[in-house]
Design a binder for this molecule. Structure first.
Ligand code: MN
Length: 232
């Protein structure tokens, strides 16, 4: 049974870590077990722990500190979490070194892109609302999925309604990553790579799979890759 390192949120004021249970339950549903690594664990210990695991899941959260991708903070930047940035950057580097598959969700996608040398749009200001005010399972906007991608195989479709809880987005795509989905306003909604195995989405499948089963396909493809199955 694959053991998956899962990152989580950190509340600096209360000094506690937390994570929505949809991630843990989705992994269990597809046959894997989540091992949550709190940001208060040092980057060194986190990387060491990863070497005993089979994959890395970067969960959603706050904004990445802009200096990490070569920008100054703009006025509409949201909250950042330097402790978590440090941990997750170390984890992504270690996962690539170890050849472990990586699944990035929302912030997780932005972290992967920043680590690999891309940058972010600090605040989306366009014609489609990307911060829905509706339940997490609600399909808020559509995305078009590139045929022939890992994502297209995982979901089994070329167009999909997804939820949306982000005010930032991938800007310049990092070398080695390719765009596998966009919303109609051109915002990048998914990126991926087959070597190393990376799949990352801007939406939150962990809030959708209980009502819309196709979203489990994302977790299934990831855990399959963690098991060393070819069909990634
Ligand atoms: Mn969106």
């Amino acid at each position: 049974m694959p053991l998956i390192a899962v990152t989580c949120m950190y509340d600096d004021k209360e000094r506690r870590s937390f994570l929505k249970d949809g991630y843990i339950q989705a992994l269990e549903r597809v046959g894997a077990v989540a091992a949550v690594l709190p940001p208060s664990l040092s980057p060194q210990a986190s990387a060491q722990a990863l070497s005993r695991m089979d994959g890395l899941l970067l969960s959603g959260g706050t904004d990445v500190a802009p200096l990490r991708y070569g920008q100054q903070p703009r006025p509409n930047l949201g909250p950042v979490d330097p402790l978590r940035d440090e941990q997750e950057f170390a984890l992504v580097r270690k996962a690539i070194e170890l050849g472990l598959p990586i699944l990035g969700i929302c912030r997780g996608m932005q972290v992967i892109n920043a680590v690999l040398g891309g940058d972010l749009i600090q605040h989306i200001d366009g014609n489609i609302q990307h911060q829905q005010q509706a339940p997490g399972w609600h399909r808020h906007h559509s995305v078009r999925i590139e045929p022939g991608t890992i994502l297209a195989r995982a979901l089994g479709r070329s167009e999909l309604g997804v939820n949306s809880f982000h005010h930032q987005a991938v800007g310049t795509v990092a070398p080695g990553l390719k765009v596998s989905a966009r919303s109609p306003d051109g915002i990048i909604e998914a990126v991926e790579s087959s070597e190393p195995w990376i799949l990352a989405v801007q939406w939150h499948p962990e809030l959708m799979w209980q009502r819309h089963e196709e979203f489990l396909g994302i977790f299934r493809a990831f855990v399959g890759a963690c098991r060393g199955e070819e069909n990634g």
